[in-house]
Design a protein around this ligand. Sequence first.
Ligand code: UD1
Ligand code: MG
Length: 430
Amino acid sequence: MSISVVILAAGQGTRMKSTTPKVLHTISGKPMLFHAIDAAQQISDDITVVLYHQAERIQKQIDENYEGISFHMQDAQKFPGTGGAMKGVKTRHSRTLILNGDMPLITKASLEALTSGSADINMSVIKLNDPSGYGRVIIDEHGNVQEIVEQKDCNEAQLLTQSVNAGIYAVNTELLERYIPQLDNNNAQSEYYLTDIIKMAVEETRVVHPVFVEEEEFKGVNSKLDLAHAEEIMQTRIRNEWMKQGVIMRLPQTIYIDCRATFEGECILENGVSIQGNSHIIESHIKTYSVIEDAFIKNSSVGPIGRIRPHSKLTNTHVGNFVEVKKSTLNGVKAGHLAYIGDATVEEGTNMGAGVITCNYDGKNKFETKIGKNVFVGSDTQIVAPVTIEDDVIIAAGTTVNRDIKKGNLAISRTEMKSIKGFFYKFFGE
Ligand code: UD1
Ligand code: MG
């Protein structure tokens, strides 16, 4: 781990048209910047994130999720631009890899390619049919980089160059420390360009090696359209990886899986399923259009159209259509149709009938429901929490449970039904 990483994340991200800082927009459930940090952590123990716009908000989120990340505040008023971002940054190791915070698709393999070899600088280059918007990379007859020219500074011949700068560099730290203070802003944008270090290195006859990389991985996310494209690529990667690990997916393109979700054994995901957050699913069948959020599901089936919300734990359980489970533990339970089970624990052998509702909220506070083993909860029962229902209980359909029920009892709350002879004809006529 003898390499330092600096992640540039101070830019405003105007094209994103959002009050949320660009690098905090999420891809597959995780902020873009976190994807970059995760990739960096695989190769480095010295990571600095450069911030300016909404710095406090971004730093807070990083601090809540990571340890040992350093921060550097860019003086963006005085020193705007990617070179300005590097002014005053201190790194510990003899090589420094500079990444952008808006490249969530970067992989460890590419970072290793960029940090291998003995050139003074390795820089990422993409070949593009349409290079517009990017800095052009001028490569000499020996295959070494001569210069990067920003589009706004290009002459006509340079504009035709299809090799473009992807914006990621692995640089000998000693060179970086000498060059950064020498950068100026004599260019079309009056910014301090990090790219000018290439020219400085070439003037000193240092070797600048182009590392050709895939556009898909290195394309920066600048707009909501880019965000959607990056999401598609990330989702394809996530799904392909889990299918390799043994997950069965019906119409995989219709399935969403958070990057933090995990699967074990043979799971089946039908079309339209959404697996969100830190869900953990073992040997289970999630049927069409079900949504799973931060839940644990083992040897169970959910859906079609089931919703399992955070902090739920389902084991050996069947949850059917239009059933919502929230913060509940269900072990060996059947809840086949149209139910809401919130803040509850339900034990083995219990059947929750159609339309059963736990009334867990009185408008001010949430309360818990405890249901024991082998309980038959009749259809359309309302269970007003807090309440405890012991083992081997029968609850008649339509009961409002507002007191604890002892083991082995029947609970029933009904007004007597009447059947009035011939009333229909009296009312509507013969
Ligand atoms: C930069 C490169 C260009 C390359 C392109 C690839 C320069 C001068 N140009 O251009 O050759 O083709 O990336 O995407 O470097 N940032 C800061 N502080 C700033 C400005 C930017 O931290 O003052 C950060 C941004 O948050 C972003 C990264 O640097 O993560 C790149 O900035 P961006 O404005 O997108 O660079 P480009 O002008 O597109
Ligand atoms: Mg720019």
